[in-house]
Design a protein around this ligand. Structure first.
Ligand code: CMC
Length: 375
């Protein structure tokens, strides 16, 4: 049997045309377009690119954007499911339940044709923000706010959350977060999505697998951990000691390190620029300064002193940005999912187009030929 690669590190499990990563040079592309160029698109256009493998013509673009905006509304049954959720949970848990309910209502639940999956996937992309915002409003004893078709994906989410329209800069930041979170090759949650799809299960089930995997603190849950760390540190002057304490106690600095990137994560660089812009705009540099001090200490302690490639990953400055956008911590992982759903849908479609069951092996490490003995 082959050598075990713990955590499947370095294993190439499949071929994809959705994203390309060079973890040494710090390059990320969506469908062959560098992430720095991708930032010139709207989230809606990125969704089209991921789901349809190409950018739309002008008329397809208009049709697709209108379609996404029409599909933002969720039915009363799903809102009621959100209402009965236990509200000491993260939005992620309610989102998982709501997606399960959405599947019950879908006429094509078990239809895995391209046409059905494009329809289901487009609806899920449109509906994720509505579900997450409804969860937060209901949790706060407020009525959900219906989506506003005149607003972009990012602006509309903030509007449904707060009940007031965001500033142009806040809307741009939210859009950027969704774009930067949209897709990242065979990360753990996308692997879960593809594994479920590979059994010829349905798209909703595959997305639920992805949600469950994204929630973990070593993956999307790191954004919540970053928010908690910022709150704990409170002041820029305390950041360095906080990091030194984590290191001496052999604890991880959340939002740092990556399985693939051994240099700066290109998404993290963009997140940092955006976060700086909004921090300067608000005139409150506290969270950004804490973050810069954390980053400087991690780079000094790991990269310079120990020669270990531990750089800020996508979740670090995303967490800081959420501070400025006033995204409640309990929503942070679900907000990541609002962006990532488009990548998951693209991977589901790619998996169904050329499927083979994903089924690796494990090396047995237990005993053999034991007698039956009740204890
Ligand atoms: N803080 C301190 N030490 C770290 C960190 C960190 N954040 N990340 C890795 N290390 C150390 C680790 O202790 C180990 O040291 P040693 O070789 O002395 O035992 C070495 O670096 C390699 O770590 P690993 O856990 O074997 O590496 P991995 O590729 O399995 O882990 C990771 C990748 C993301 C799980 C890890 O870097 C980590 O736990 N980071 C913190 C959580 C986090 O930010 N997660 C978000 C991941 S990226 C975006 C996403 O998926 O959402």
């Amino acid at each position: 049997m082959a050598e075990i690669q713990k955590g499947l590190e370095g294993i190439v499990a499949l071929e994809t045309k959705i994203a390309y990563i060079d973890g040494i040079k710090g390059i990320l592309e969506y469908r062959g377009i560098n992430i720095n160029e991708i930032m010139k698109l709207s989230y809606d256009e990125v969704v089209y690119l991921l789901l349809h493998s190409k950018l739309p013509t002008e008329s397809d673009r208009t049709k697709f954007i209108n379609r996404l905006r029409d599909e933002r509304v969720i039915d009363e049954g799903t809102i009621n499911i959100v209402r009965v959720c236990n509200f000491n949970i993260e939005a992620m848990d309610a989102l998982r339940t709501a997606v399960s309910h959405l599947s019950h209502c879908d006429p094509d639940l078990n239809d895995n044709s391209l046409e059905a999956n494009l329809r289901k996937g487009t609806e899920l992309v449109a509906q994720f923000p509505t579900i997450v915002a409804a969860f937060w409003r209901i949790r706060n004893m407020e009525e959900p706010i219906p989506p506003d078709k005149t607003l972009s994906h990012g602006a509309n989410f903030l509007y449904m959350l707060r009940g007031t329209k965001p500033t142009a800069l806040e809307a741009k930041c939210m859009e950027s977060d969704f774009i930067l979170s949209a897709e990242h090759e065979l990360n753990a949650s996308t692997f879960s999505v593809r594994t479920t799809a590979s059994t010829l299960s349905d798209m909703h089930s595959a997305i639920i697998s992805g949600l469950g995997t994204l929630k973990g603190v070593l993956h999307g849950g790191a954004r919540l951990a970053v928010l908690e760390m910022l709150d704990e540190i409170e002041e820029p002057e305390k950041a360095e000691n906080h990091v030194l304490n984590l290191i001496s106690n052999k604890k991880r600095v959340m939002g740092f390190g990556h399985r693939v990137y051994k240099t700066f994560d290109p998404r993290g660089i963009i997140f940092k620029q955006i976060t700086k812009e909004i921090a300067e705009d608000t005139g409150d540099l506290r969270w950004f300064s804490i973050a810069e001090n954390i980053e400087a200490t991690v780079l000094r302690e790991f990269v310079e002193k120990r020669n270990k490639p531990i750089y800020p990953n996508v979740d670090f400055y995303a967490g800081v940005l959420y501070k400025y956008l006033k995204i409640p911590p309990l929503l942070s992982t679900a907000v990541f999912a609002i962006g990532r759903i488009s990548g998951w849908v693209a991977h589901c479609i790619e998996q169904f187009a050329d499927n083979r069951l994903i089924r690796p092996r494990a090396r047995y490490a237990g005993e053999h030929d034991l007698p039956i003995r009740f204890l």
